[in-house]
Design a protein. Structure first.
Length: 219
């Protein structure tokens, strides 16, 4: 059984997320925390396998909690669950070692996919005496997503960064690139992949002269 600590400042949201975890076979909620201090304390006391971590906490930012957990004795895996959509927070979660970043609100299926993916990796790594390259690639590169995988040369982490940027509203490839601190060519590749897989829509905006501008928005 994989044990989970749910961290959210909103009591009702924490209850909903705990219910989602309880509905997923192989997972059990061992505690809930509504402040950063309680989260750090309960991790030390309960030693959960996984923490579902909110960013907006009343006493300290969730990213500070993430750093504290990384420096602690237990060091559980973490999935960030938050309404924060700014790129700096997404980057901070990635650099802090979060396994994934779910933006509220979301359906149970989104969390279920992440939990199932975590269970697969958890079981596989526990059974391995040593890891081959395919095992390492799965742990560090493979993230679950409905539909086909990413084309060669695209990474899941950058795809999530571009998607998070696009949640701010409709924008061109140049605008997305500037906001996400990527090259325009790189941003355009991810945006066009999103369009091809139905994750985003594109429309043409015609100006007075020149070629029309391609404008992207999430589906």
């Amino acid at each position: 059984m994989i044990t989970v600590l749910v961290v959210d400042d909103d009591f009702m949201v924490a209850r909903v997320h705990s219910g989602y975890v309880a509905r997923t076979p192989g997972f059990a909620v061992v505690g809930t925390a509504h402040t950063g201090a309680d989260a750090v304390r309960l991790v030390d006391e309960l030693a959960p396998d996984l923490v579902l971590l909110d960013i907006y906490l009343p006493d300290m930012p969730g990213l500070d909690v993430l750093r504290a957990l990384r420096n602690g004795a237990v060091d559980p895996d973490v999935i960030v669950i938050t309404a924060a959509t700014d790129v700096d927070t997404v980057r901070g979660a990635m650099r802090g070692g979060a396994l994934h970043y779910l933006i509220k609100p979301f359906a149970y299926s989104a969390l279920h996919d992440q939990l199932q993916h975590f269970a697969t990796l958890h079981t596989r790594l526990t059974a391995l005496g040593s890891a081959g390259q395919s095992d390492v690639d799965e742990v560090f590169g493979a993230r679950p997503r409905a539909g086909a995988g990413l084309p060669k040369g695209l990474t899941e982490q950058t795809a999530e960064l571009v998607a998070s940027t696009l949640r701010e509203g409709e924008m061109s490839a140049a605008e997305c690139a500037a906001a996400a601190h990527l090259s325009r060519v790189s941003a355009r590749r991810y945006l066009e992949h999103f369009v091809a897989t139905g994750r985003a829509h594109v429309r043409l905006r015609y100006g007075a002269t020149g070629r029309p501008e391609r404008r992207y928005r999430l589906s």
